[in-house]
Design a protein around this ligand. Sequence first.
Ligand SMILES: C[S@@+](CC[C@H](N)C(=O)[O-])C[C@H]1O[C@@H](n2cnc3c(N)ncnc32)[C@H](O)[C@@H]1O
Length: 202
Amino acid sequence: MTSLDEYKKCWEAARRGGFYIASTTPSLVCQELSYYMELPGRVLDVGCGQGRNSIFFARMGYEVDAVDIIDAFPREYKEHGLIKFHNKDCREFEFEDSHYLSIVATRFLHHIDEPTVEKLLREWHRVLQLYGNLALSFAFFGEPFEKAGLPFYCHDPEKILALAEEIGFVVLIKKYVNKMPAGINRSRKKLGNSFEVIFRKK
Ligand SMILES: C[S@@+](CC[C@H](N)C(=O)[O-])C[C@H]1O[C@@H](n2cnc3c(N)ncnc32)[C@H](O)[C@@H]1O
C-alpha cells in the first residue's frame, strides 16, 4: 500500500469516526463570500469533504467543481446538474486558466504542508478570474502534530497573508476566530483557533 493509499484510509476512518463536524451547514466564510459574488460563475471547492459548501453554492445557481481525495460526497448531489465531483488529490487536479469566479478551501490548509500551500496558492491565483475570490479557513496551533494518521500543520496566518499578497491577492476580510468553548474535548480544543480570510485576485 502506498503512503497516499494510507493517507486516504486515514481520511476515510476520520469521516466514519465523525471528524466532519459540520456536515451540512455551509461554512461561515463561504456564506460571507456569497455576498461578494454575482451569478453566473464557477466555484472550485478544494477538499470539499461531504460537500456542504459545494451544495450551498450550487443551490444559489453557481456551477461547482468539488475536489476531494476521498469520496464522501452525498450521492444525490453528485448527480446534481450544477455540481461535478472529482475524486482526486488536489495536487493533481488540472486547473484551467482564469476559469473560476471563486475558490473555497475550508478547514483544509492545516492538513497541507508549507511548500504545497505555496504551490496551491499560486495555482489558485492563476485559475481565478481577475477580481475572483479565494476563501480560506484553517486552524492553527502552537506546534504541528499528527492524529490518527492525519497531519496537522501550523501555518502562521500572517505568513499566509504576506505570501498571498506577494502572489497578487488583496485581502477583503480576515478574522481570527476561536469557535470552540473550552472543555469540549481535547482534539477540539486543539482545533480552537482558526483563521478565516477572503482574498480577491488583483
Ligand atoms: C476537515 S475536512 C474539510 C471538509 C470541507 N472543506 C468542510 O469544510 O466541511 C478536509 C478534507 O480535505 C480532504 N483532503 C485532504 N488532503 C487532500 C488532498 N491532497 N487533495 C484533496 N482533498 C484532500 C480530506 O479528504 C477531507 O475531506
